[in-house]
Design a protein around this ligand. Structure first.
Ligand code: ADP
Ligand code: MG
Length: 659
């Protein structure tokens, strides 16, 4: 594959800006789809009324007149001949174009028909005539690189890229889908709306098809009545429930019961446990591990970060001291690692908790009966599949803090069962949430000071530039500097970011957990699921960069006991959207709102957060297509099975979804 830096027009800076947008290779580049199009179509001026939007082309009749009202406000006007009629065109604040516009020149005018100005008030003009419909793609960009530049770069390579079309020929024919290469070209440079529609249709179909194939890979071999046989007396489970430091909520109890029923039935469990942040999913998963242990099997719990794995490890040992638990993370001393691997192989370890280290090849279990994935959307299909394959038909439990509406969940996850925890543990107060602008930062600092005086702790989430570790780092340290200036004399401040070694992260986290540092500044990447009950405040810079669900998850880090707690969203943009968070604490409702406002693309918060990150399809808007694809995919797999072919490995490796 060609390297991005080899492409003409991409220098070091441009490369960095592209990386900031999550574009790291040619494939990312050509699938960086426009998020909308500006469509210019010639207006029929015979039917026009005052105030209508118009696009017309014609010839400029005279040298423009310019009038300066003030230094900031000027007006330019000229006569404009469409061949049928002459209009007076007025355009504000474009005096700099005066010398570029000459009599006899062909122009396209975009603006509003305005009888008061006796003609057209333009908001844009382009040189040259509009031949037919003009469609300009608009790309998500940042302050460093424009949509236009992105378009230029993509256009210069899209012809040369050869991509694999994953849609089986039968379906290409059945739906009259165009070739993928062609679709890619069109999506970036559509010559008509009809063609654009065709291109979208193809790319959406393919994206959903690949997604569905991946989901079915996960379910491969998952048939009813093929699970493990277990015998566990529920009294033992109940006894344990009654001896917890707290009483389980009704939904937690129900979830444990669901899981118990699944586990003792002869059918393989495939269950999603969903519930708001802080709703207490972890303890439910521990019960699953406990029941599994009582029936004589080993269990594995996979967490997305080492910090989380460590937290689960410490907690489960406290609540279930009878379990022999191992912690398996990326960096362990050779001896430690060897001991854990031996324990897993000979069965002396009952439960292992870890990161994706759990799926490395040398991890062998004696009899793995249950696999649990925490924050499941952070893992790819291959990772989840690999964990599962370490056992013989183990039962499976996924946990997720981002609820998705039931219909979608069922369609996407297929025959997965769902348990939902809808209520928070008793005594929780809703997190009071405020929206502040950057100008009001002083108020925020005072609020922080109040909390510190009460000996409480604070999380500060640094402004984040999507997927750019480097800039994130600069931001984190810059912010740490500022915070040190404000609070350096009052308390200690910790800094946590993805580029630290695991040992460093653990140290910082431990200090915060023990209350030695009062303020923890971090990027978001790492703290999902972290549990520090004394933290009562969360400050999130540049909140507009997150989906509502992601923000809601973040603020779920506070309000973990009966203390009053606060979340301050700092943003100068998209305040209307963020407002919703100040009004409700209901995660299910917030995810619905996210859905309405941003489509499913950002359902899981950050763009790169894995599961269901579609580049072009939208599971809400394209729901009908999704249903069609699902059926097609099922039929396709049946035929594959009949002919004993296997799913192409490279489909599973495609990274645009789920990985
Ligand atoms: P999440 O669902 O986000 O993973 P956790 O499982 O981390 O949430 O639980 C958040 C906190 O709530 C933990 O400190 C946990 O010990 C506590 N907790 C869980 N269930 C209850 C309960 N029924 N009553 C009181 N506290 C609970
Ligand atoms: Mg959790």
């Amino acid at each position: 594959m060609i390297d991005l830096s080899e492409i003409k027009g991409i220098g070091i800076n441009t490369l960095r800006y592209l990386n900031d947008l999550g574009i790291n290779n040619l494939d990312d580049l050509v699938t960086y789809y426009p998020f909308r199009y500006d469509v210019y179509e010639k207006t029929d001026m015979d039917k026009i009324k005052n105030g209508d939007h118009v696009v017309i082309d014609g010839i400029c009749e005279n040298n423009p007149n310019v009038f300066h009202f003030s230094r900031k406000l000027n007006k330019m006007s000229f006569r404009f001949n469409t061949g049928k009629k002459i209009y007076n065109v007025t355009i504000f604040n474009r005096a700099y174009l005066k010398n570029k516009i000459k009599p006899g020149m062909a122009l396209t005018i975009i603006g509003k028909y305005d009888t008061k100005h006796r003609g057209i008030v333009a908001n844009n003009l382009e040189f040259g005539m509009l031949l037919k419909t003009k469609i300009t793609p608009v790309y998500h960009s940042n302050f460093k690189i424009t949509s236009k530049k992105i378009h230029q770069i993509i256009t210069s390579v899209v012809d040369k890229v050869k991509v694999t079309d994953y849609v089986p020929e039968t379906f290409n024919q059945k739906y009259n889908l165009i070739e993928k290469n062609k679709a890619l070209k069109i999506i970036h440079n559509p010559s008509s709306l009809e063609l654009l529609e065709k291109a979208k249709q193809k790319l959406k179909y393919e994206e959903l098809f690949v997604f569905m194939l991946k989901m079915s890979y996960l379910k491969q071999g998952h048939k009813k009545n093929t699970g493990l046989e277990r015998k566990v007396n529920f009294d033992k489970v109940k006894g344990k429930m009654e001896n917890l430091p707290f009483k389980l909520t009704r939904d937690q109890e129900k979830a444990v019961k669901n899981i118990y029923d699944d586990l003792i039935s002869s059918r393989q469990m495939n269950r999603l446990l969903q519930g708001d942040v802080g709703s207490g999913k972890t303890i439910v998963s521990f019960f699953a591990l406990f029941i599994n242990y009582l029936s004589g099997y080993q269990g594995a719990l996979m967490a997305p970060t080492e910090i989380l794995a460590l937290q689960h490890y410490n907690n489960i040992k406290k609540v279930f001291p009878e379990l022999k638990v191992g912690l398996l993370k990326g960096k362990l001393k050779v001896k430690e690692r060897r001991e854990i691997l031996a324990g897993l192989a000979d069965g002396t370890i009952d439960v292992v908790i870890g990161t994706h280290a759990l799926i490395s090849d040398d991890v062998v279990y004696q009899n793995l009966g249950l696999v649990i994935t925490d924050e499941q959307h952070r893992f790819g299909v291959m990772q989840r599949g690999n964990l599962k394959n370490k056992g013989q038909m183990p039962d499976i439990l996924y946990m997720s803090a981002t609820p998705i509406p039931r219909t979608y969940a069922l369609t996407l996850y297929g025959d997965m069962d769902i348990s939902s925890i809808k209520t928070m543990p008793n005594g929780r107060k809703p997190v009071k949430t405020f929206l502040k602008s950057n100008k009001e930062i002083k108020d925020v600092l005072y609020l922080m000071l109040d909390e510190i005086k009460k000996n409480h702790q604070i999380y500060v989430v640094a402004p984040l530039v999507e997927e750019s570790d480097k800039i994130d780092l600069e931001n984190v340290y810059e912010l740490a500097d500022k915070m040190n200036k404000a609070f350096g004399k009052v308390c200690d401040i910790g800094v946590l970011h993805g580029k630290m070694s695991n040992k460093e992260k653990d140290e910082v986290m431990t200090k915060f957990k023990e209350g030695k540092t009062k303020i923890l500044i971090s990027t978001t990447v790492i703290e999902v699921g972290v549990d520090v009950a004394n933290a009562t405040m969360m400050v999130i810079f540049d909140s507009f960069r997150f989906g509502l669900s992601a923000l809601h998850q973040l603020r779920g880090r506070v309000g973990r006991n009966d203390l009053d707690s606060y979340c301050v969203l700092i943003s100068d943009r998209e305040t209307k959207r963020l407002q919703i968070l100040t009004e409700t604490n209901d995660g299910f409702k917030i995810s619905e709102e996210d859905f309405k406002l941003r489509g499913s693309g950002d359902l899981f918060g950050l763009r790169q957060s894995g599961d269901m990150h579609f580049k072009i399809a939208d599971i809400k808007q394209d729901f009908n297509l999704l249903l069609t694809v699902k059926e097609d995919c099922e039929n396709y797999l049946k035929e594959l099975e009949a002919s004993k072919a296997v799913i192409l490995q490279d489909i599973l490796q495609t990274t645009n979804n789920l990985d």
